[in-house]
Write a protein that binds this ligand. Structure first.
Ligand code: FE2
Length: 380
């Protein structure tokens, strides 16, 4: 980059770099930021990349005493300790923070996109033997989960425990008080065909845990009853619709904790206090929690806001129930699906008639999934 040039400002507290940003803007870096992020082996372990210093090791009056460009590298000398290090200009461009920081109201995580019922035409799916043997197929399937927050799996063995094979593709089971896995099994009364298994409203699982399980896997072993389809809803799409319709209601749901509880047998009393719509400090969407069955009394919303909070909560619930945003599929034995439990709500439709419905479920975590995806993408 022959056009790069640099200037020290504010007594060496700030470096201004020209000619490296694609849009032509200058990029400024603070001396303290550069020193803290130095790439030299005394600052970062060359093996694992872990930082070897703390801020206490950097003088409070750290500043740049000398800078120069050479062969695509920025060479820095810091004062008062005389520390020297170099940064590739490409690294500085990739890690620049001197840019407009937009208000990211309800922005989606990187790689995610919202969806609605039109996704019924192309439900993301992978075939188990491909996922186990073909890195590109696994990468594409994991990327679909990052993008949509759910995906199906077909071609599994319809055997107890087969669901663990899905988690083995990327990570580890999250064991809970329900065990390593749980059974979802219903015998529909064969002599009373009018019997109808109740549907369940779409929900996220276990909002009473903190942290919640960030992935859920449900695998089908038997499904001979009529109905009983699985349904998923994009909680981020619901949150963004609410924000468009009722910004104040959205802000109330994001700005106040709800409470969730589960009191089970065997000395289990799980409680959490978290918002139903969770945002990052920049307003970007981080998670939704929605589960009428385990919602505890909400006591963190001021009296004067409670009526409006409930109006927004009711609207969120109605949007979840709107068929135009729901994706529905019936699992056959040997099929499964995985959901990002911080984003996608899942449900079971009602079922009737003679037959058996048997699924096994387990939890896992998204950090392992995204780690596996990052490794596969680096290899590609
Ligand atoms: Fe559930």
């Amino acid at each position: 980059m022959p056009d790069a040039s640099l200037t020290l400002e504010d007594g060496g507290a700030v470096l201004r770099l020209s000619g490296i940003a694609p849009d032509g803007r200058d990029l400024r870096f603070h001396a303290i930021w550069l020193r803290d992020n130095a790439l030299d082996p005394a600052t970062r372990d060359p093996g694992n990349g872990q930082r070897l210093i703390t801020l206490g090791d950097i003088p409070a009056d750290c500043h740049l005493s000398d800078v120069r460009l050479d062969a695509g590298q920025l060479h820095c000398t810091f004062a008062p300790d005389g520390h020297m290090c170099a940064f590739p200009l490409g690294w500085l461009r990739d890690h620049a923070y001197d840019r407009p920081h937009a208000n990211n109201a309800a922005a989606l995580p990187e790689g995610a996109e919202v969806w609605d019922a039109t996704l019924n035409a192309s439900v993301p799916s992978g075939v188990m033997p491909d996922l186990e043997q073909n890195g590109a197929a696994l990468r594409d399937w994991l990327a679909a989960i990052r993008r949509y927050g759910f995906a199906k799996v077909t071609g599994m063995r319809a055997e107890p425990g087969a669901l663990f094979g899905i988690v083995d593709l990327f990570g580890h089971v999250r064991e809970t008080n329900y065990g390593r896995h749980f059974e979802v099994r219903t015998e529909v009364n064969p002599v009373n065909l009018a019997y109808t298994g109740l549907g369940l409203q779409a929900h996220t699982d276990n909002p009473y845990r903190d942290p919640v399980p960030t992935l859920q896997v449900l695998a089908c072993l038997e499904n001979s009853a009529t109905g009983g389809e699985n349904m998923v809803v994009d909680g981020f799409a619901v949150a963004r619709k609410l924000r468009d319709e009722d910004p104040r209601g959205f802000a109330l749901m994001a700005g106040h904790d709800a409470r969730f509880a589960y009191v089970g047998g065997g000395g289990v009393h799980l409680r959490s206090r978290r918002p139903m719509i969770e945002l990052g400090p920049d307003g970007a969407l981080q998670a939704v929690r929605f589960n009428a069955r385990s919602a505890a009394p909400i006591t963190d919303v001021p009296f004067d806001d409670m009526a409006d909070y409930y109006a927004a909560y009711r609207r969120f619930s109605a949007l979840v129930d709107d068929p135009t945003i729901q994706v529905t599929f019936k699992l056959a034995p040997g099929e499964a699906f995985i959901v990002d439990n911080t984003r996608v709500l899942h449900a079971r439709r009602g079922y009737s008639g003679a037959g058996t419905r048997w699924l096994q479920g387990c939890y896992a975590d998204k950090d392992g999934l995204l780690s596996k995806l990052a490794v596969l993408e680096e290899e590609a």
